[in-house]
Design a protein around this ligand. Structure first.
Ligand code: HEM
Length: 325
């Protein structure tokens, strides 16, 4: 997946051993960074000073991440081509337009996109597939919505009707018809937000909208995981997976207020890739469940990691069967 993402972002392939080391190292960095918020500051600072335990894992992980990003940026610079239109090339080509960009800026861009595409989008699809396995009625409704879309496709392309070998795929335009699936993904991320908690620091004195004074340097956190399960916000059925929650009487998805639903954050720094993330997740889930039936392996229970991002650390163990129609 990382190689796929980096190829799309960079148009270049990274050797497998560098990618494999990066995948483990990056996960360690995210995990330990998240854990720092759960243990007393003096404790992790002492471990850092002694270079032991999780802080050693963090240091080693950072070195591996540095190795990966240096390789990718150097390679991209070597193969620099002003006609390239991938993400890193666009940034690398900026100096021609009178702007200079540091390697550390490029590294941050690269890691942000890997984090967004690999961790958030893929995790979102994984949690959604798990919930669909647990709620067959919801899965039936998604299949019903997709059936309508596929029938429209067949109507405009009669020769494909009844071709069981043809995999059902969906287009960008069709994504906008997937209102119920949008509700499914939104519901799944309400219960399992991929950025479960987020911490900010006030750069200057600033009042909150209710007048509470926040002084310069204060840490302010919001917890999307807790907010997504709060009866005060979502009512008594807050723990239920209810994709219909945001569908209006015509079955059209109406987005929740981001300040109630901070899965993508809210305000001026809201996630810039939110719409792209939904497009990717809807295309992936639709194509997967239209063509395959996923069944959880007996006794499967996900093990969640609550680091900077939320992942199923043991993966989703399923049996997959091709759906024949
Ligand atoms: C389900 C998938 C995703 C989730 C849940 C998600 C969530 C978030 C969150 C919570 C933030 C705020 C981080 C912070 O400021 O502390 C954020 C920022 C951001 N996201 Fe996403 N994201 C997702 C996918 C994507 C994708 C696919 C892209 C781009 C390809 C993307 C691009 C960005 C960017 C550029 C920012 C920084 C915005 C800014 O600081 O002004 N995200 N995202």
């Amino acid at each position: 997946m990382i190689n796929d993402v980096t190829e799309k972002i960079l148009h270049s392939k990274v050797p497998d051993h560098i990618v494999e080391a990066f995948v483990c190292g990056f996960q360690d960095v995210l995990q330990v960074t998240g854990e720092r918020f759960l243990i007393p500051g003096f404790w992790w600072r002492m471990m850092k000073w002694l270079n032991i335990g999780s802080e050693k894992r963090l240091k080693d992980g950072l070195a591996v991440v540095e190795n990966f990003t240096t390789f990718v940026i150097e390679q991209s610079k070597r193969e620099r081509d002003t006609n390239r239109r991938d993400l890193l090339a666009r940034f690398l080509n900026l100096p021609e337009m009178g702007k200079s960009i540091s390697d550390s800026f490029l590294r941050d861009i690269l890691l942000s996109f890997i984090l967004a595409r690999r961790d958030a989008v893929v995790s979102g699809v994984t949690f959604c597939l798990w919930l669909l396995c647990l709620h067959p009625g919801v899965e039936e409704n998604v299949l019903g919505e997709l059936q309508g879309i596929i029938e429209d496709q067949n109507f405009s392309n009669d020769e494909d009707v009844g071709d069981v070998d043809k995999m059902g795929t969906f287009t960008y335009e069709e994504v906008w018809k997937m209102n119920y699936l949008h509700g499914v993904l939104s519901g799944s991320m309400r219960l399992y937000p991929l950025v479960p908690a987020n911490l900010k620091f006030a750069v200057e004195d600033d009042p909150l909208p209710d007048g509470t004074k926040v002084f310069k340097g204060t840490q302010v956190a919001y917890n999307a995981f807790a907010m997504g399960r709060a009866a005060r916000i979502w009512g008594r059925d807050c723990l239920e997976f209810q994709p219909e929650r945001w569908l209006n009487e015509h079955g059209v998805f109406e987005p929740p207020n981001p300040f109630k639903y901070p899965v993508f954050q809210a305000g001026p720094r809201i996630c810039l890739g939110k719409d792209l993330a939904f497009i990717e997740m809807k295309l992936l889930v639709a194509s997967l469940i239209w063509n395959f039936k996923f069944s959880l392996q007996p006794g499967f229970k996900p093990r969640l990691s609550y680091g900077v991002n939320m992942l199923m650390v043991n993966g989703l163990l399923v049996t997959v069967k091709r759906r024949l129609r």
